[in-house]
Each structure stands twice: as C-alpha cells, then as structure tokens.
Design a protein around this ligand. Structure first.
Ligand code: GDP
Length: 424
C-alpha cells in the first residue's frame, strides 16, 4: 500500500486524530511532521478518551511505530506530561513504539514566556496564540537559536550551547519585556525533570524511516491544524508558525525521499475557528451557540469556545487545492442533524462582486458570505454505517459539497467513536 498523509483542510480541529486512529489499522508507522502541543487531537477508542497534543494518534495501535519527526516543536515538558497521561490510562510506551527524532529542535522554557509576554504587549491586537511558545520556538529554530534533541547525548557541548542561548535570550526577556532572566540552575532543573525522561526515546528516526520505506512498510503522516493555518498558504499572520500541508510531510518527518500518493483531507461538515483573524462565514448569537453546543466546540488544549459557522465552500476548495488532497473525510455530519435548514457558504462577495476564489489575506476582512440553505434530515444518523443508511437529504448535502470542492468524499464520519464511519 502507498504512503498516506492525513491533513486538515480548514482551520484545524476537523477530526484528524479520529481519522488517524481509524486508518492506522493499515499502517506500520505513524509520523507527526510539524507543529507542537498548541492544538489537540481528541481520540476515543476502546482504551478511553484521550486529548493528544504531540503524540501521534497511532499510539493506541499495537505494532504501530510512532515517530515525532524533525519538523515538530518538541516541548519536553508538555510531551512528558502527555506521555504520563496516556501511560496512566494503560497505554504502553517504549522506545520500540515511540521514537523521537534526534533532529527535532527543543522548545525551550523561555519560548512559552515570550509567547505570553508578546500577546500581553499586543493587548487588543493579539494573534490569539495558545501561548505554548510555538511562534517564538519556530522563530528561534530558523535563527538557529535552539538546540536539537540529539544534543542531550552530548552533555558538555550542550551545557555550553545552552549557556550561550540563555545569555542571548535574557537580553530580550529583561531589556525588551522587563521580565526576569533565566539562570543556569533553572535550565539544569528543566534538563533533569523533563529532558532526561524523554531521552530514552530519542534516536535517528531518519535512518529508521529509510529502512522502513526500503522494506515496503506503510507510512502514515499526521499533520496538526489545517490549510488555512499554514504559514505560507494560510491566513497570514493568523497562521501557525509551521507548514501544515502534506507537501511538507517528507521534510518534517525525516524522510525527504517519501512519495505521498494518498492525501486524506479532513473537512468538518461545518466550520470552526479558534483564535483571532478573519472568519468570513462566522455565525453569531443564539444560532452560533446552538451549533457550538451541538458539536462540543471548545478547544482541546485551552477550553476556549471555538468560533463557528456553516461549511465554507470557498475556503474548503482552496484548502483542498493547497493540500493536493486525493480523498476527503467529512466529519461531524451527525452534529447537523438538529437543523431544519442547513446553511452553506457557497461564495464570497468582494468589492460588490461575487467570487468563488479564496482571496488574499488582507482582502478577507471585507469579504461577505453568500449563504444558501439545504433541507435538513432531522433524524439521528449516528448509527449509519453504509451510504445507503444515510437519509437522502444527508446524501444530497454530502454530494453537493463533493461536487463543489472537486474531490471525492470517501469517508463520512457520524460520531467520535472509531467505528462511527461510512466508507464509500
Ligand atoms: P483534530 O485536531 O483535527 O484531531 O480535531 P479535534 O480532536 O480538535 O476535534 C474533533 C472533535 O470532534 C473530537 O472531540 C472528536 O472526538 C470529535 N469528532 C470527530 N469526528 C466526529 C464525528 O463524526 N462526530 C462527532 N459528533 N464528533 C466527532
């Protein structure tokens, strides 16, 4: 079987974790290739309910090797907390089923502080960061001012490297933000408390992946967030600080020679968005509250209420294009069952003209949604397991979206559980 990437088409939170959990059945290796602990995948299976932030969602399958690639923001503190959480619930983690790239850069303790300090400085102009240090981390990675996980195996060099970085970073902390400086003791404690715990899992994952590929193993690449949050193709600056697109998977995973033939784009049956920035199809008031409640749309990491709206065909079509998706998983269709009329944003109006093209970020704030209404199906569809078991109105809704976005909808998810799925 060919390699596959599972990616978000919209703003994230589309249900990628749920799809990875389902599809890893057919894969030997699952790799996270970008992002950090700033968003969460919720997975519900026979082992319980889990909020994963950094761990690949293949972690629940026996025999699947899970990899954190060089492209992730490796936060030892968050990762260790997450590892403990899943181990407490009976999931076994060993260096055999969890491997961390020695080339992943470490999110250092001050990255979280800097995220918080900058959002405070921005006040009402803030980006809506989850304050997990992701933007400061990636900035420093590209400035070559952080350390690689593999450096933990070279303690003498590491000590000197960290001291240099601390000296540099304390200038920003104290002189720009008036914050307290870091000390050597603080870093030593961080190394002992968190880095030492994850160290046994760090190895040359690039070599492992190369061998896995050569021996014909099936590899699944797992992304965080979605197309509209991609650093290069998303709604800049309301993006994340890494590439959420399938095209980045070979680089961020540690297997630059990977050919990804299947790209499963995950689309939610309606829209949600966490944080600031233009969200053209946003609903407000009671209508929004009802949808938010029906879909339990509260952030997995922060508990923040998500902004909600109807499915946005313009943004979704763009997202499909950016991901070069070969198949779509449409999730949370069951959430719309309460609606008599289902709104769909089919076009935008920009400068008085109707358009179906996703505009340049600066133009988005002036775009207005064109909404069409579809008849609802008004019945519980969570028990459907085949296309024929879906009511005709639900089939029409799915077929309309498929036609509009120009990509086959292969999976329709009707519940959070692993088997609540219709495969076409
Ligand atoms: P991810 O980051 O893309 O994995 O998405 P999240 O985990 O943040 O959000 C998806 C949420 O929806 C999780 O709580 C899932 O358990 C839940 N979910 C996924 N698919 C479905 C579905 O088809 N129906 C319902 N009702 N919930 C779903």
């Amino acid at each position: 079987m060919a390699n596959c990437a599972i990616v978000g088409i919209n703003w994230g939170d589309e249900g990628k974790g749920r799809m990875v959990d389902l599809l890893t059945e057919d894969y030997d290796v699952a790799v996270r290739f970008q992002g950090g602990g700033n968003a969460g995948h919720t997975v519900i299976n026979e082992k319980g309910k889990f909020a994963l932030h950094l761990l690949p969602s293949g972690i629940f399958r026996n025999g699947v090797v899970n990899i954190l690639g060089n492209g992730v923001a490796l936060d030892p503190e968050n990762l260790w907390a997450e590892m403990q959480d899943v181990m407490d619930k009976g999931v076994v983690l060993t260096p055999e089923n969890l491997k961390i790239s020695d080339r992943a850069s470490l999110l250092l303790p001050w990255h979280r502080d800097l995220d918080e300090l900058e959002e405070q400085r921005l006040a009402d102009k803030k980006y809506g960061s989850t304050k997990q240090g992701i933007a400061p981390f990636y900035s420093d990675k590209y400035q070559k001012k952080t350390i690689l996980a593999g450096e933990l195996f070279y303690p003498e060099e590491l000590k000197a490297h960290l001291a240099d970085l601390m000296e540099w970073k304390n200038l920003t902390l104290t002189k720009v933000y008036g914050a307290e400086p870091y000390t050597t003791e603080m870093l030593e404690e961080w190394l002992a408390t968190y880095c030492e715990k994850i160290k046994p899992f760090i190895c040359d994952t690039g070599a492992f992946l190369k061998e896995a590929q050569a021996s014909g193993k099936n590899i699944l690449f797992e992304a965080q967030l979605g197309s509209l949050r991609d650093l290069d193709y998303g709604i800049y600056p309301y993006t994340t600080s890494s590439n959420t697109t399938a095209a980045y998977a070979p680089i961020g995973s540690g297997l630059p020679s990977a050919k990804i033939t299947n790209v499963v784009g995950v689309v939610k049956a309606y829209s949600t968005c966490v944080g600031e920035g233009p969200f053209v199809c946003e609903m407000f008031g009671e209508e929004a509250e009802e949808l938010r409640k029906a879909g339990s749309e509260y952030g997995a990491k922060t508990g923040r209420p998500r902004r909600v709206g109807p499915i946005d065909i313009v943004a979704t079509r763009y997202g499909v294009e950016v991901q070069a998706a070969t198949a779509i998983a449409l999730t949370k269709l069951d959430v719309l069952s309460y609606m008599d009329k289902i709104p769909v944003c089919t076009h935008y109006v920009l400068n008085g003209k109707q358009t179906d093209r996703f505009p340049f970020p600066s133009a988005l704030k002036n775009a207005k949604p064109v909404i069409e209404y579809f008849d609802g199906w008004n019945c519980d569809i969570s028990g459907a397991r085949t296309w024929e078991e879906l009511p005709a109105k639900a089939q029409e809704y799915v077929a309309f979206i498929e036609k509009q976005i120009g990509c086959p909808i292969k999976y329709v998810s009707v519940g959070p559980e692993r088997d609540s799925i219709v495969i076409r």
